[in-house]
Ligand binder design. Structure first.
Ligand code: TYM
Length: 338
């Protein structure tokens, strides 16, 4: 079997929330734990991506450290996986330039996230926000990723990365880039906002009530879940009865993902009971899952120098692989190489 190279990233904007945790991070940790000899995992904090929207510099620096600590607290082991921040590995931006000359404008015009994020003010959005899917392609192709653990909202970007890899390999008659596969968790591909079951849980939602952060206290978790929007019907007897009830479905799926039980099983247990019963039970499950993570996070944040040291070490390791791929790319496109 050929070796696996697992690559994924997360933006350091706002707090790590339950959507990131269930949609992506838990898979990062699982995949790191399953690494066979010869496999590698690269996980990074996407600070280059974060500045596509203006960030206060001091806040960004602090958020990057906090995100690194949150990843380690969630189970990422910097000794087994290479953990770094984007900006400390300049090869990402260098490869993005070359790939930007391979990607087509029409491909970027189809990216739904740009449309969502730029909203009505398309002309006022940064050029970086428009082109960042190319950077994301560079992020994974730089390490010749085979598997990319992400939530469902990143699927379209991964498809773009595959299209860019195919076009690069074909145009230059090389086989530098393997095609990266998204690894999307079947149980929690898309965790929804607690205020609106049609929207994803997101760091950028202005309402704190819409998400559960990994740093929330048990009281905050209970309060947010108590206030979570639901419909007036009781819980159905089976999963099929959740259709058309996005808020109810979201809460049941969160329960299922955290306990490893099926949504059907949970519906059977709570059949006919109201959310006043279900929400405290769910809060208990969420609190139990997050308690060890937040305790470890508090310890780590007491030693910011140690976090900076781990990130610098990770970046140096990442650069060894990144520089090799970039050299192959430079040769392929016809740049003068040493
Ligand atoms: P970001 O920072 O928005 O989210 C990080 C990861 O969390 C997943 N996620 C969710 N999954 C399920 N339900 C949700 N509500 C939810 N919200 C977020 C995301 O799918 C993601 O896996 N563009 C990326 C960062 C990035 C990247 C990359 C990812 C930059 N380069 C290369 C993979 C490979 C982003 O903004 O993720």
């Amino acid at each position: 079997m050929t070796s696996q190279r697992i690559v994924s990233g997360i933006q350091p904007t706002g707090q790590l929330h339950l959507g990131n945790y269930l949609g992506a991070l838990r898979n990062w940790v699982r995949m790191q734990q399953a690494l066979a000899p010869g496999d590698q995992a690269f996980y990074f904090i996407a600070d280059l991506h974060a500045i596509t929207v203006f960030q206060d510099p001091a806040t960004l620096r602090q958020a990057t450290r906090e995100m690194a600590a949150a990843l380690i607290a969630s189970g990422i082991d910097p000794a087994r996986a290479t953990l770094f921040s984007h900006s400390q590995v300049p090869e990402h931006a260098e490869l993005a330039w070359v790939l930007g000359c391979v990607a087509r404008v029409g491909w970027l015009n189809r990216m739904t996230q740009f449309k969502e994020k730029s909203g009505k003010d398309r002309e006022g959005a940064s050029v970086g926000l428009y082109t960042y899917p190319v950077l994301q392609a560079a992020d994974v192709l730089l390490y010749k990723a085979t598997h990319v653990p992400v939530g469902e909202d990143q699927k379209q970007h991964l498809e773009l990365a595959r299209d860019i890899a195919i076009k690069f390999n074909t145009d230059y008659g090389v086989e530098i880039f393997p095609l990266p596969e998204p690894t999307i968790p079947p149980t929690a591909p898309r965790v929804r906002s607690l205020r609106d079951g049609t929207q994803k849980m997101s760091k950028s939602d202005p309402s704190e009530q819409s998400r559960i952060n990994l740093t929330d206290t048990p009281d905050q978790i209970l309060a947010k879940l108590r206030k979570a929007r639901t419909d007036p019907e009781p819980l159905p007897a089976s999963e099929a009865g959740l259709a058309g009830r996005p808020e109810a479905e979201n809460l049941v799926r969160i329960f299922a993902a955290l306990t490893g039980r099926s949504a059907n099983d949970i519906c059977a247990e709570f059949a006919g009971r109201g959310f006043a019963d279900f929400k405290p039970a769910l809060a208990e499950v969420v609190i139990a899952a997050l308690a060890p993570v937040s305790a470890r996070l508090r310890d780590l944040l007491a030693h910011p120098d140690e976090i900076d040291r781990l990130l610098a070490e990770g970046a140096a390791r990442a650069r060894e692989t990144a520089a090799r791929t970039l050299a192959e790319v430079h040769r392929a496109v016809g740049f003068l190489c040493p």
